[in-house]
Ligand binder design. Structure first.
Ligand code: C2E
Ligand code: MG
Ligand code: MG
Ligand code: MG
Length: 278
């Protein structure tokens, strides 16, 4: 009986594995063609300064719409893109698209907007990132100070001395850096001091339970004061309610980003949003 159960478990296990690898293979193959078949899109989520209410910039977020599979979440396809190395081409396309979009918004008169672009570990470590970034900025004639690169603590902590060297190089070129999902990874505070980072993005998991979890409140207020002492700005991610906004304002968080203010928007929707809000 135990033996039979074991066999059944094994069978279920392999069926699940097959289903997973089937989906996985489908994603690998489909992702190869996504770029050339125009299935990828960049959307832009506004980042708002709490004190002034001004839209300081946007975060560029990747979207994939496959004709049969429909929308595939970046949480699912970014890891596949990393595994296959496709993230290099895709990441460069996101950077180029976002930078040229911002430059064209500057030309329309919204000339203080900056753009934050997410970087994967592979982009950060395995290419001449500073060279590629400079090249893309030159092509669009956008000043480096309008570009911010987001990386997670995990990415920075794989090889801290290497990360410091890349960040120093980018910093010298005038590009800003932000730590994404701050508080969910483990970064050593002594390294944080050495990273050329201008902003901490407080992860949405802390923001979510502001109303009910006193520990999350304590963590957020500690992160904000630490950031301020280190000369860094803070932005809270995933802000969905008035109550969360009030707490963040009371604790002098610099910026907010979340559905309460705006969802990630297509370029056209963002232009409409700016017209309505200025
Ligand atoms: P992230 O960089 O931390 O991005 C924030 C995520 O929170 C986005 O999910 C955004 O749509 C979502 N979000 C924004 N406001 C709210 C809110 O009020 N409530 C909730 N529940 N969620 C909110 P998205 O777009 O699905 O992206 C997920 C992750 O995929 C990103 O997390 C980032 O790590 C990665 N990603 C997205 N685009 C790129 C890209 O171009 N390159 C790389 N390497 N990674 C990307
Ligand atoms: Mg991000
Ligand atoms: Mg984040
Ligand atoms: Mg995230």
């Amino acid at each position: 009986r135990a033996k039979q159960d074991g066999r059944n478990n094994f069978r279920f296990f392999t069926q699940e594995m097959q289903a997973r690898s089937g989906r996985h293979l489908e994603l690998v193959n489909a992702l190869r063609y996504a770029l050339e078949r125009d299935q990828l899109q960049v959307v832009y989520q506004p980042q708002i300064e709490l004190q002034s209410g001004r839209v300081l910039g946007v975060e560029a977020l990747l979207r994939w719409h496959h004709p049969e599979m429909g929308s595939v979440s970046p949480a699912e396809f970014i890891p596949v893109a990393e595994e296959t190395g496709l993230i290099l081409a895709i990441g460069e396309w996101v950077l180029r698209t976002a930078v040229s979009q911002i430059q064209s918004w500057h030309e329309r008169g919204w000339n203080t907007l900056s753009v934050a672009v997410n970087l994967s570990a592979i982009q950060f470590r395995h290419t001449d990132l500073p060279g590629t970034v400079s090249q893309i900025l030159r092509e669009s004639r956008l000043a480096a100070s309008f570009l911010e690169l987001e990386l997670t603590e995990g990415v920075a902590m794989i090889d801290p001395p290497g990360a410091i060297a890349i960040m120093n190089d980018l910093h010298q070129r005038g590009v800003r850096m932000a730590i994404d999902d701050f508080g969910t990874g483990y970064s050593s505070l002594s390294y944080l001091k050495k990273f050329k980072v201008s902003k901490l993005k407080i992860d949405q998991t802390f923001v979510r339970d502001i109303g009910s979890d006193p520990e999350d409140k304590a963590i957020i207020s500690a992160v904000i004061s630490m950031a301020r002492s280190l000369g860094m700005r803070t932005i809270a991610e995933g802000v969905e309610t008035e109550e969360q906004t009030a707490f963040l304002r009371a604790h002098q968080c610099d910026e907010v980003q979340g559905y309460f203010f705006a969802r990630p928007l297509s370029a056209g929707q963002f232009e409409q949003f700016m017209q309505d809000h200025t």
